[in-house]
Design a protein. Sequence first.
Length: 68
Amino acid sequence: MKENESTLGELIGKQELARRIGAKSTKLVDSLVQRRLIPVLRFGHRTVRYDWSKVQQALSRLEVAAVE
């Protein structure tokens, strides 16, 4: 990768993130951000985006193996 190339992945909004993780509302996304479990990019007071690949990595760390 070149020095000046961006390392950002696909940036998505809160509603799209909620849809992708199967949440019924955006409140789950707000909770995950507030508890600092997923990364968020803030570009201003109202402009918030999520890097989908980094969110996937963060959520994979929360995965709990099933006990048989």
